[in-house]
Design a protein around this ligand. Structure first.
Ligand SMILES: [Fe+2]
Length: 191
């Protein structure tokens, strides 16, 4: 079967088509999403870099909190806690490196000065803490705040299918939740 369309018909079809396009474009904005080499949307990824740098800054303050309690802890549980806090800050140092390198991987520049870290910090800064319970409390509150930032990043990364950042946040969240449980068990607190 064949359909014969005359020149006049084609002109009419074209006219209707272009008029409907003009009509359609008044109501619907057509967005072209630009992506980077990883296939991630450029604008949203830049926002993610900002959030990851905030996490990096807060992690650095958490790290310094751990160094402080590792050095200043006193009392009958000194030997246990001194070692435990060293274990935690060594782990935090690895996480800090991973976050900074994720920033670079998705095209950003990681913050690296104390000035920027202090500017972005939202967690409590522990100073001269030598009491064991206060030290463990400081860990719980620091981690609790890091969790909030990580959950925020997780949802934004999920929205743009950034699986690399997403899985990194999932791992951090699961580990930190477990550490909070153990610290609170030590404090004999219930969840
Ligand atoms: Fe040490």
């Amino acid at each position: 079967m064949s359909i014969v369309i005359s020149d006049t018909n084609i002109k009419t079809i074209n006219l209707i088509y272009s008029k409907s396009l003009i009509f359609f474009s008044k109501f619907v904005k057509i967005k072209v999403m630009k992506t980077n080499i990883l296939g991630l949307p450029i604008k949203e990824t830049e926002l993610l870099v900002l959030e990851l740098n905030i996490l990096l800054s807060n992690f650095q303050v958490y790290y310094q909190n751990l160094r402080g309690i590792h050095w200043n802890i006193r009392g009958k549980r000194f030997f246990d806690l001194h070692v435990k806090f060293e274990e935690l800050y060594t782990d935090a140092q690895i996480k800090i490196d991973l976050i900074a390198e994720r920033v670079l991987t998705i095209g950003g520049t990681p913050l690296h000065t104390f000035e920027d870290y202090i500017k972005n910090n939202q967690i409590v800064v522990g100073k001269n803490i030598s009491n064991d319970e206060k030290a463990v409390h400081l860990i719980v509150t620091s981690l609790s705040h890091l969790l909030k930032i990580e959950r925020e990043i997780l949802s934004k990364a999920a929205a743009i299918n950034d699986e690399g950042t997403n899985s990194m946040m999932s791992d951090l969240i699961a580990e930190q939740e477990k550490t909070i449980w153990m610290m609170r068990a030590w404090l004999e607190e219930s969840l």
